[in-house]
Design a protein around this ligand. Structure first.
Ligand code: URA
Length: 236
């Protein structure tokens, strides 16, 4: 699925000019789309994929934005996809080329950061920094204390032992797990090792930020102090 907007609307959202004037700029050949002058009025673009240039500046790049989304199930953490899947970026309509920080499985819900700050995103995703990620997990079967302890100590996966984690009981079939690694399907695989199965998985914390009251599918800009937390964590 795409996130198409009319080019004149996009220029207006980026603060270039009002929409009508934006049409004049387009007709006058002052706007480039993916490196080529575009004169066609009514052309639509995807701010997450297309590059729009006006007066030598790439639009939507100057300002860094940081967004927290409560990801719904059924959306993939990518900015484009060949199979017409629903994308997390479809849910956040901003005139910026944003991308998700890290991955959540299609059926996972919860805290996902999106930004156009590539440098910060790369640092946050780098395994060296080992940011905590907390998941709330509904399980198919009751879980024993012994299984919780095993998850906390670390379990053997086909790509090696998992690092010590924090595992807490929230109910008979509900736990929270805090890990700092980010291997593919890590939580689901860890749960399989203790002979159980994830029914639903929700991330509630990432790198010191918490999801709190954001409803599923809703997003908000990070507050200044939250951006500061991320910046400090990705530098230390
Ligand atoms: N672990 C998983 O198994 N899936 C996710 O989406 C995130 C962590």
């Amino acid at each position: 699925m795409s996130n198409l907007v009319r080019l004149n609307k996009y220029l207006a959202e980026c603060g270039v000019s009002a929409r009508r004037k934006a049409d004049e700029l387009i007709a006058a050949g002052k706007v480039k789309l993916n490196g080529k002058i575009v004169r066609e009025l009514g052309v639509k673009i995807d701010p997450n994929i297309d590059q729009v240039e006006y007066a030598g500046n790439l639009l939507g790049q100057e300002k860094k934005i940081y967004i927290m989304l409560n990801k719904p199930a059924g959306y993939i953490t990518a900015v484009s996809d060949d199979r017409d899947s629903r994308l997390v970026t479809d849910l956040v309509k901003v005139p910026f080329k944003i991308f998700p920080v890290g991955r959540l499985d299609k059926d996972t819900t919860g805290l996902l950061l999106l930004t156009n700050d590539g440098e910060l995103a790369n640092r946050l995703m780098h395994p060296r920094y080992e940011h905590d990620k907390t998941y709330q997990i509904n399980l198919q079967r009751e879980i024993t204390d012994a299984a919780l302890e095993r998850l906390a100590r670390g379990v053997e996966l086909e790509d090696g032992m998992t690092a010590p984690a924090q595992a807490k009981r929230l109910g008979e079939k509900k736990i929270s797990l805090t890990i700092h690694e980010g291997r593919k399907r890590q939580v689901k695989r860890m749960i399989e090792v203790v002979h159980n199965k994830v029914v639903s998985l929700k991330r509630v914390e990432f790198a010191g930020l918490v999801l709190e009251t954001l409803k599923v599918g809703e997003w908000r800009f990070l507050k200044e102090d939250e951006v500061k937390i991320l910046t400090e964590r990705s530098l230390s």
